[in-house]
Write a protein that binds this ligand. Sequence first.
Ligand code: NAP
Ligand code: G4F
Length: 331
Amino acid sequence: MKKALVTGITGQDGVYLAEHLLSQGYDVFGMIRGQNNPRRATVEQAIPQAHIIDGDLLDQGSLIAAISKTQPDEVYNLGAISFVPLSFKQPELTGEVTGLGVTRMLEAIRIVNSKIRFYQASSSEMFGAAKTSPQNEATPFHPRSPYGVAKVYGYYITLNYREAYGIFACNGILFNHESPRRGLDFVTRKISRAAARIKLGLEKKLKLGNLEARRDWGFAGDYVRAMHLMLQQPQPDDYVIGTGESHTVRDFCNAAFRHLGLDWREHVVQDQEFTRPSEVDTLCGDSSKARRILGWEPSVRFPDLVRMMVEADLADLKHEMGPRAASRPSR
Ligand code: NAP
Ligand code: G4F
């Protein structure tokens, strides 16, 4: 039985990836940081078959211990400070976790067993102010946030350990991917949650920043399949993963509210608080290499993704409200 160690197991992708690896017959170890991590119980409930192991990307010794103890065949490094606005507020910590954390994990692999295959969660945020569209593996990087800069560092250190030490290390350059498990602060989930709350009469307004930003939004469940496929190839390489379609934040609002019979223009207000010091205006991924070599393709398109997220939030809120949901006047 193959063994995989996943950092960031408490995050959106960590849970989907662990489920996928378990379905492929893997023994899965999920790394959790901190004392009494509040998300530990959620992970234990969602994926009870996964083993939890302590560790922190800020702590070299804990990574060496985790690798020595679990002796994995594959390591998936999903742990990061992944929220772009937080990276502007805490740029140094972002560099430590999202950037240097990659080096610490690669060092642990090099020291304990350099045969371990390594996946690095690289990001389309590295393209930032790209001059060409869609972006592929050859598109130059121009990051626009401390998060993007830290991911560029993580990308190159992964490449360097491949070239310098022959480690089977791959970068998955993933475009935005979403799901009902997406963190509540990311724009898609913020919209789907608010639309559902407004529908149930729990809220009236939704404050957002830049409505014109364009993203290539796919479904997280599809994207974790690509991570696994990258580590099953004969040679390590880097791959762009995206749908090839991009939409504005405004489009997402329109689709989400319309699905509930609401007009987004009556509820969405713009607030400077949610605009960024420097923005990534538009991203769109060209994953022809992944389609050709990995045989990967997305299964969920934009309208279905929006529907999936809105329906899940509505059901979740109704469940939380219990009988109150039926008696409350909805919009
Ligand atoms: P997420 O939901 O924000 O999860 C981030 C994970 O990182 C959490 O499990 C968090 O654990 C963990 N983490 C934070 N600080 C850590 C530390 N010091 N040591 C170890 N783990 C730490 O992110 P996601 O959406 O699942 O994304 C997974 C990865 O893919 C991230 O690296 C992200 O940057 C990258 N990525 C995401 C997308 C996307 O659209 N989702 C696109 C491209 C790349 P706690 O619960 O302890 O905070
Ligand atoms: O949902 P977002 O916060 O995601 P962003 O910044 O694109 O980053 C996500 O995708 C990256 C892949 O490209 C990952 F690497 C990263 O870890 C993360 O998962 O924002 C999307 C867009 C931005 O242009 C933002 O300015 O939505 C715009 N936006 C407008 N109003 C907002 C809001 N974003 C957030 N979070 N909140 C708003 O109120």
